[in-house]
Design a protein around this ligand. Sequence first.
Ligand code: WT7
Length: 566
Amino acid sequence: MSNIGSYEEKYKGFDWSFARKELGCKDSTPLNIGFYCSDRICQQGKGGKIAMIWEGYKGEVEKFTFDDLRIYSNNYAHLLKSFGIKERERVFIFMERVPDLYFSFLGILKMGGIVAPLFSAFGEESLLTRLEDGNASAIITIPKLIKKIRRIKDQLPQLKKIIIVTDDENFKSEEKETSFSAKKAKRVEKFDIFPGTFETPSVLHYTSGTTGKPKGALHVHSSIFAQYLTTKWCLDLKPDDIYWCTADPGWVTGTSYGIIGPWSLGITQVVLDSGFQVGKWYNLIQKHRITVWYSAPTAIRLLMKEGEEIVKKYDLSSLRHLCSVGEPLNAEAVTWSKKVYGLPFHDTYWQTETGAIVISNYPGMEVRPGSMGKPFPGIVATVLDSSYNPINKTGSAGLIALKPGWPSMFRNYWNNPATYDSKFKNGWYITGDRASIDKNGYFWFVGRDDDVINTAGHLVSPFEVESALLEHPAVAESAAIGKPDPINLEVVKVFVALKSGFEKSDDLELEIMNFIRKRLSPLAMPQEIEFVDSLPKTRSGKIMRRLLRAQERGEPIGDLSTLEND
Ligand code: WT7
């Protein structure tokens, strides 16, 4: 029997107070995610239970109990306070998936700080934009990444401390830096956890839009109610499960479902500190007897590419429930996994802004391959026409919209309330994605409504790529689009018009690529440059990425009435 039981029954008459009650949280109780993910589990007598089985890229394994989580997060909370970091100040995490990433995440929350995770592959430009926007008070990092921070730290006057996680006593710290190891530090048995309210800010996740700089989606401590219950009902985690979320905490999946959800339920999870590699992944499942696995379509397509033979070399019989997020999960992937693992991947849909799953295929409910499933209890979802009115016609595509008010919904974009306000129309939150709803209430993803590129589940702003290109002296104008790709869904392709006096050549292409590589995160790097004489524009001068995208896909070009150079 699944945790959710009957979806229809749970959806009917649902109230979020249900999650609050399960967590033993009264309206007046001080709320802190850090407490609910460690201390509370220990108070329930599960302090000795394994919280994290960590495996490094060389295959080394370390295990940590919930009591370890409690103490090591206390150590971080105490350390930050001792440096004068106050509640609501932003502490950025810039680490690979080392154990201290997880301890410090909870530690920052415990002392009332706002935790802002960064992806370890970010280059200096990507880092600086986010650290400046978020007005970072402190950064927690590892020796391997410190160089990138040292190169930009002078541009961050607000920065008080850089904490470098290392056991090496000879590590040479520079100005503002401190080296630290939670395991070696004096154990802080008791820490006065910051007594937050439901609306106390918790996590700041940066995400890319079509225009402007990345936006920091701000979440609050009561997000835990949605993260707890969606983990329980969509991922179906039960006390004896060994759970594996493949996402990096640089992204919201890695925090909502790689930290908060599973640990608020007191579940043991596996963390792998390395990227995709087929043998490594199957071996991990076999070695740790993983039961529930949350991954992403690009990874599943890579596994499909590797074929069925390799699957037979491993014992994957421990697996019992599989879920996916981040991009459309194609019907073939669901059918394939059912055939090969004996289990279908369950698609789940949500965004950085929604903080938790909002549409999903539930265990026990019929999976319709290719569909994202149905709205989570407590979530009212529909599709709207271009005037933001609900389309009451089965099968017609429109904008996916959600009725605001669920606990894990973002509360603002950091320093950018105008963009936040623009996401709400006629009392709906507009996701920026398009879908249709069938007669049984299943949602079918159609595509994004904007120009944002989704490459392997990572959102890339065309604006960021184009801005980097425009800094090159030879580039007059540029446009970045998503080009369809069999594995990554889309890859970044750019069109470049050169300034007069410059000739296209392989050398120039290489030079431009090397130039932008220094400015962009590896995820945003174009796979292809096409030189063109000019770019199609609207009468108001906006580059029509839509047209370039349609041309690239061999699709009908659509309405050209606003095209300037037609
Ligand atoms: C965007 C959100 C949700 C955590 C990771 C991504 C796309 C997400 C699905 C899905 C089709 C999906 C949407 C969405 N997306 N899940 N199941 N099917 N598309 O968070 O970086 O904020 O990206 O990812 O376009 O808006 P994010």
